[in-house]
Ligand binder design. Structure first.
Ligand code: FES
Length: 107
C-alpha cells in the first residue's frame, strides 16, 4: 500500500498507509491520527481535514474544486498557498511518499 508521510501537530513524523483510491482523510481518521478530524465525512463541508502539502508535491495533486477552494477559506488555521483538504485527495500510486503537515488545530 502506498505510504504518506505526515508531520502531526506535536511535531512527530508518522507514516500512514493509504489504500489506492481512498481519501487521505479517511485513512488518517481510521488510523486515529492526531490532528485530523474529518467531521463532515469527506464532503468538503467542514474544513477539519486541512493539510499543508510539501511544495514539491503540489503540482502532482488533482486540481482543486470550487467547493474545496471555498471551504479552505473557513479552516481553523488560515489557509496557506499549499493548503488542501485531505478528504479531496484520493490516494494513487503516483502519490507514494507524499509529504503533508497538519496544522496546529482543526477547530
Ligand atoms: S472531511 Fe470535511 S472538509 Fe474534509
Amino acid at each position: 500500500m502506498p505510504i504518506v508521510h505526515m508531520t502531526v501537530p506535536s511535531g512527530k513524523r508518522i507514516e500512514l498507509e493509504v489504500k489506492t483510491g481512498t481519501p487521505i482523510m479517511r485513512a488518517a481518521v481510521d488510523a486515529g491520527t492526531e490532528g485530523i478530524i474529518g467531521e463532515c465525512g469527506g464532503a468538503a463541508m467542514c474544513g477539519t481535514c486541512h493539510v499543508l502539502v510539501d511544495e514539491a508535491w503540489l503540482d502532482r495533486l488533482p486540481l482543486m474544486s470550487q467547493n474545496e477552494d471555498d471551504m479552505l477559506e473557513c479552516t481553523a488555521v488560515p489557509r496557506q498557498a499549499n493548503s488542501r483538504l485531505s478528504c479531496q485527495l484520493r490516494m494513487t500510486e503516483e502519490l507514494e511518499g507524499l509529504e503533508l503537515t497538519l496544522p496546529e488545530r482543526q477547530r
